[in-house]
Write a protein that binds this ligand. Structure first.
Ligand code: PMP
Length: 315
């Protein structure tokens, strides 16, 4: 079979890290009977690197790799590497591909061994891919400047008794796919999933923040969400700016009457929401606190402001 013609951004990728070292892009393949393909046995991460005045830097690399280990632990996976080794492997992958602004995808998965449901009979693999990206466009051109249109999804987010929301497990993303397809096919940029009680949970790949009377609110970790690393960064920056923050249950109806609403995540960074279910949020444009947090976060990530929390790893 001929290798497919690669389109941008994958045409730019020279190498991937696979099970201990870099391999050429075209050689990074797995078998049709890989366990992960059939049963979703895997955990992964999504990380960004940014072009800064001092060269490429990876945003909160250690926290992402630590979350990968936590996700693996939840799935009873013992990784044959240390956190330091995988941090080093991520840096090596970004460096070898001479990337500036990039998206980095580490993934741990079960390959071909057995198709019994028990994943332990199939060999574990760890891979890291990275490719160039243009930040700020995940939810569409201009989405960070002008805000996006969101809907409340008809799909509920993960029930914590069925799947572990704190683990970034590949299988959890079937729910995300349902939310995302429904939202886009109904003309929205993104869907917000509710939890099993009908309270606000998270987007298909983003945490949710609201501003009400100057207070920043976001669902607590007890609300069956992923502990977003951007969420943590935004909470930290809000406290730095003297903004009161609360992590608590957020009722759906607050989405329609809050002053400001935004989504956070490695892909979306800080994406203002200008309307939910076609009801304008506040004045129907990005709010003041959203803007300040967005500017602060991107300023640090792009190396335009001092890295006062030690969030950047130089490549
Ligand atoms: N929730 C879900 C379900 C996600 O997939 C993501 C993206 N990893 C987030 C929240 C945001 O997490 P982070 O800020 O660490 O990217």
């Amino acid at each position: 079979m001929e290798a497919p013609l690669l389109k941008y951004p994958f045409s730019e990728v020279r190498s991937l890290w696979l099970d201990g070292g870099l391999v050429p892009f075209a050689e990074a393949k797995i078998h049709i009977l890989a366990h992960t393909l059939h049963y979703g046995s895997g955990v992964f991460e999504g990380i960004r690197s940014y072009k800064t005045p001092e060269g490429t830097a990876i945003f909160r690399l250690r926290e992402h790799v630590e979350r990968l280990f936590d996700s693996a632990k939840t799935l009873r996976i013992e990784l044959p590497y240390t956190v330091d080794e995988l941090c080093g492997a991520v840096v090596e992958t970004v460096r070898d591909n001479e990337l500036g602004d990039s998206y980095i995808r580490p993934i741990v998965f079960r390959g071909f061994g057995s198709l019994f449901v028990n994943p332990r009979l199939s060999p574990l693999s760890v891979a890291i891919a990275a490719w160039p990206t243009r930040p700020g466009r995940y939810l569409g051109e201009g989405s960070q400047e002008n805000g996006i249109e969101a809907c409340v999804s008809s799909w509920r987010r993960l029930s914590p008794g069925s799947l572990p929301p704190l683990a970034k497990a590949t299988a959890n993303y079937l729910n995300s796919q349902l939310i995302k397809m429904e939202a886009e096919e109904n003309g929205y940029n993104e869907g917000i999933g509710l939890d099993e009680h009908g309270d606000v949970c998270e987007g298909s790949a983003e945490n949710v923040f609201l501003v009400q009377d100057g207070v920043l609110l976001t669902p607590s970790l007890a609300g069956a969400i992923l502990a977003g690393i951007t969420r943590d960064a935004v909470l930290t920056l809000a406290r730095d700016l003297g903004i009161e923050t609360r992590e608590e249950g957020v009722p759906r109806s607050l989405l329609y009457i809050c002053d400001e609403l935004f989504l956070t995540g490695t892909s979306v960074e800080v994406a203002p929401v200008r309307a939910v279910d076609r009801i304008p949020v506040g004045a129907g444009r990005p709010g003041e606190i959203t803007r300040r947090l967005q500017t602060e976060l991107l300023g640090i990530a792009r190396g335009e402001q001092p890295d006062r929390h030690g969030w950047l790893t130089p490549v």
